[in-house]
Design a protein around this ligand. Structure first.
Ligand code: AMP
Length: 464
């Protein structure tokens, strides 16, 4: 087993890692650290949860050690490393990690992101900091205000580059890169490599080493299961799973901001303490919800993809896809929140008939099929819709639209009339028992999944 010392890290960094309980490097750290210590450019194919933050941060810190100074003069602390992330949450987490890694060295770091008063960030920038973690928009605000200088930057990190592309940051990135000195080390990380990301890599990186860890593969420690269910019954099924399996620290993904709020409210009404984070929440609200979730005071955090990006919670045990993502790569990102750095996790997807096409895309991307497990009482053919939910669907409101980067959601079909569903004959499935699935659940062979949605069940098996 390789140790961090064998990778060539300095004693002050090793001490910090030891205090954090990092025993040995993860595969991406083993590959990236020695190469980055030599000063070569890196293109990393790695998703969140692989330990990629330390992979780029540790060599970056070590290469700045000759510049570390206890001087209080701001001139002694110019920005030397710039780390760009797509979201505030990820920026905060990366900077927190850097704070921990630099505990025993006099290097200063700061995180700047939008959505908060820019004036609070200026006094700290004025004191001088060597490592800046930023979201692209806010960084450019500071550049425009002349509240920071990028002329001494010798290392650039682009974290979750594909997310930055999705979120429309490409023009900002290009502007930022044009402001940096030409002589620098570059590290770019992305979970996926669409054409535009490859072009960006070509334009920024100089003869990079390509390091790939579990690209487009879901972490092996994550158990993935999917429950076929009528879309009207998802909320009840989720509440049932949480209560019957006594699930705690559950991160639930919804497709829209409105759906996110609504689900959190419904769960609270069902006695399950939940909060919601999405793009319409203020930064303070998001941080508060995240902290309460991390501390275990709220049991369920309902989130949209944009808000949840980069969320880092030690050994997050459960991720639920309440709505399947329309973009298969988001599935990989979502379930990257669980089973992190070797911890075990479970990814649960609730799949309605209308979502089977997204399921196919996901299965194609991850190269395996998700095992369908039917929860008794929630057979997919049956809706058991409370009267208030049986109204015809409203037209989508603005806040009901998917968040920025997502593709538009299909209009939901009106619920099938309850009686018609219940009047149909019950077709018992020939599904074999699945020993690895939680007790009381039945697993269905793959080919039957589409058919599952067309098999209404008799009324007495549909109740909760
Ligand atoms: P990341 O992929 O960078 O978001 O890291 C995922 C999680 O793994 C974070 O909580 C890290 O603190 C943790 N981690 C990273 N590297 C190691 C390591 N070598 N040993 C133990 N935990 C680690």
């Amino acid at each position: 087993m390789t140790t961090f010392a064998e990778l060539g890290l300095a004693p002050d960094i090793l001490r910090a890692l030891d205090e954090m309980g990092y025993v040995s490097p993860t595969p991406i750290q083993e590959q990236v650290i020695p190469r980055a210590l030599q000063g070569g450019d890196i293109l990393g194919a790695a998703q969140t949860g692989t330990g990629k933050t330390a992979a780029f941060a540790l060599p970056l810190i070590q290469r700045l050690l000759p510049f570390a100074s206890s001087s209080t003069s701001p001139a002694k602390h110019p920005i030397r490393a710039l780390i760009l992330t797509p979201t505030r949450e990820l920026a905060i987490q990366v900077e927190e990690a850097i704070q921990a890694y630099t505990k025993h060295v006099p290097l200063r770091s700061l995180v700047v992101y939008g959505g908060v008063n820019i004036n609070t960030q200026i006094p700290i920038l004025k004191t001088g900091i060597e490592i800046l973690v930023a979201t692209p928009g806010r960084l450019l605000d500071h550049v425009q205000n002349k509240t920071l200088m990028l002329t001494q930057v010798n290392t650039l990190v682009l974290d979750e580059a594909d997310r930055m592309l999705d979120m429309g940051f490409m023009p900002d990135l290009k502007r930022i890169v044009a402001l940096l000195p030409a002589q620098r080390v570059n590290m770019m990380f992305s979970a996926t490599f669409p054409e535009e990301i490859r072009k960006l890599a070509d334009s920024i990186l100089d003869n990079p080493t390509f390091i790939e860890v579990a690209r487009n593969e879901t972490a092996v420690t994550v158990t993935q299961v999917m429950h076929p269910v009528h879309h009207e019954r998802k909320r009840q099924l989720l509440a049932h799973l949480i209560k019957s399996r006594d699930l705690r620290q559950v991160l639930v993904f919804t497709g829209t901001k409105l759906g996110c709020n609504r689900l959190a409210n419904e769960l609270n009404k069902a006695g399950i303490h939940a909060d919601a984070i999405h793009g319409d929440k203020t930064q303070q609200e998001r941080i508060k919800a995240l902290d309460a979730f991390k501390a275990g005071t709220i049991r369920v955090l309902v989130a949209t993809d944009v808000a949840a990006r980069g969320i880092d919670i030690e050994a997050l045990p459960f991720v639920v896809n309440y709505d399947l993502p329309h973009n298969a790569e988001d599935y990989v990102h979502r379930i990257g929140r669980t089973g992190r750095a070797g911890a075990k996790g479970e990814a649960i997807s609730l799949v309605s008939e209308a979502e089977t096409r997204y399921l196919k895309d996901i299965e194609k991307l991850i190269g395996s099929t998700l095992e369908p497990v039917i929860v008794p009482g929630f057979e997919p053919g049956a809706a058991d819709v409370p009267a208030y939910q049986s109204r015809p669907p409203r037209h989508a409101e603005r806040s009901e639209r998917p968040e920025r980067h997502e593709r538009s959601a299909p209009r939901s079909k009106p619920a099938a009339p309850r009686d018609a569903l219940f009047d149909a004959p019950y077709v018992p499935g020939e599904a074999p028992r699945n020993d690895s699935a939680p007790a009381l659940m039945r697993s269905a062979p793959k080919k039957q999944v589409a058919a599952l949605f067309r098999s209404p069940v008799k009324p007495d098996s549909a109740g909760q």
